[in-house]
Design a protein around this ligand. Sequence first.
Ligand code: ATP
Ligand code: MG
Length: 412
Amino acid sequence: MSDIVKPSGEDMAIVFFGELSTKGKNIFDFIRLLGKNIKDKLSDYPQLKYEVHKDHIYIRLNGVDYSVVAKALAKVPGIQAYARVKNVAKDLEAIKDEAVALARSSSAQSFKVITRRVDKTFPHHSDEICRWVGGAVLQACPDKHVDVHHPELELHIYIRPEGAYVYGPKTLGLGGYPLGIAGKALQLLSGGIDSPVAAYLMMKRGCRLECIHFAAPPYTSEKVIGKIADLLEKLADYQPAIKLYVIPFTKLQEAIYDAAGTSYAITIMRRMMLRIAEKIAHAHNDLVISTGESIGQVASQTLKSMICIDRAIHTTVIRPLAIFDKTQIIDIAQKIDTFDISIRPYEDCCTIFEVKDPVTAPRIERAEEIEASFDYKTLVDQCVRDARIVWVRRGEKLPADFASNLTNNNEV
Ligand code: ATP
Ligand code: MG
């Protein structure tokens, strides 16, 4: 816990944690990490001062506009809600004045006063404070009435040992858990609609991500990498620095199509993608692999396909979108502003070889038989060795030539 805020009527923000409250003795790790993530996100504003408590964090604004802070808090995983707060003297008059000012600034017709008195030495009980403040608001705002069940405006009064706090409506945050609390995961990121949404949901759930993209030049154009960079820039709102591995996949992909024929090509390609991802994940301490697959969306995403694909590796594969309809996925893509980037035309390495008869119930034995017919291990190892690595950071553009001449035998 940091230094105590002196009552001064100053502007602050309050951050509530939500789900974290259920985490027993681990809660302090959660709160520390959330506090750190918030500070990182607002690192451009060193004048902000933080006060971390066990069920909320205060941010003293020190002249920074609340809207700037609120905009940042809206994209920090692990925050249930936040609000603008006035820190006032522990004095009934001061509390009342602040509550009345807040009510006056609101167009709400109905209101309710909610008081929490943590400091039991404060000479007035919660009910008394509610009645006193409610009466003052009614007198000052004759257009408003009290509605204790469905108020349009909640006026919160929080009496703590170090001061009193008055705040109005809370804004809902992302929910979920602080980024990093769940460990690190490797996200398969294509240029499509689904995988950036899966990435966002993983981050929201507390997983720090690394991303991997398979590129197959000249079949896929360099523009795809531009799309990936733009998508990652959006995702960097939730995780300020994201490591991307770009895998030159051409040679392996050509070998797959030669060996597999069309019906098993996608199945084998997915198994190879997972093999490469698993090697990268092991080398870089990613605990699980995540994809944007959704049950039944295409032939390679039937349950039987997923089983056959997963059997290629031993690492756990998480599919955050498994049970989502496309419309739900699109809603999230629009909310996180990746949709317009994702729908730009592009050639994914899954679409370049036309497959008219993809198998929907692939047999593992058949997949293994095809794989035994060519030296995929050498090609997989070559892909891993030739991965190009780049960090995408919030507010920074990737170098334009980052993905030029992407072939096997690259320098890493
Ligand atoms: P998306 O919208 O994410 O591209 P999709 O509906 O087009 O998904 P597929 O192309 O079948 O589905 O891909 C399924 C998943 O496989 C993707 O969500 C992604 O996680 C992974 N994937 C597909 N292509 C690539 C690629 N070129 N690089 C990295 N991952 C990929
Ligand atoms: Mg795709």
